[in-house]
Design a protein. Structure first.
Length: 161
């Protein structure tokens, strides 16, 4: 991969997105079913307005004062705990209550190096990729970048940098 490798070349396409008014229980089930750790959130017009991640769900679990003694087991255990808290209390929480708003995003024509800097500067592992209308069209993960570097021996930087 060289300095001119673009996000659109390595991003994951066809990602699932959810609306911010989706019941949180449905979003958690969709994430669990598709084994997603993050999912873009869109508004009524389909524009990116946030992101829902496992970290957001753990944070909400704390806020709901659910049993968090099992936090080291994360993934499915946290999802089940949160689902139980939401279902048992009969709450109809929406995704907007748990999501991170004002997320960083990139465009397919951005360079991978620029995207990696956004990830590093913001301590994040996933970036939604949007079109000019701000609609999600893909997801770029730190794993996508590492996978590309692993199979492109020339690496990210030009020789001598």
């Amino acid at each position: 991969m060289n300095a001119e490798t673009y996000v659109g070349e390595i991003m994951t396409r066809g990602v699932l997105s959810i609306r911010k008014d989706t019941p949180l229980v449905d979003a958690i089930r969709a994430m669990n079913l598709d084994q997603l750790s993050v999912i873009p959130v869109v508004d009524e017009s389909g524009r990116l307005c946030g992101i829902l991640s496992m970290t957001d769900l753990i944070s909400l679990t704390y806020r709901l004062q659910a049993d968090v003694a099992i936090l080291p087991l994360v993934d499915n255990t946290i999802q089940r705990t949160l689902l139980r808290a939401l279902t048992d209390e009969g709450q109809e929480l929406q995704v907007s209550r748990a999501m991170t708003a004002n997320v960083q995003r990139v465009f397919p024509q951005d360079t991978v190096i620029a995207a990696a800097r956004v990830m590093t500067d913001n301590l994040i592992h996933h970036l939604p990729v949007v079109n000019q209308l701000e609609e999600p069209i893909g997801m770029l993960s730190a794993s996508d970048i590492v996978r590309t570097v692993a199979y492109k021996p020339e690496g990210l930087l030009r020789q001598g940098e």
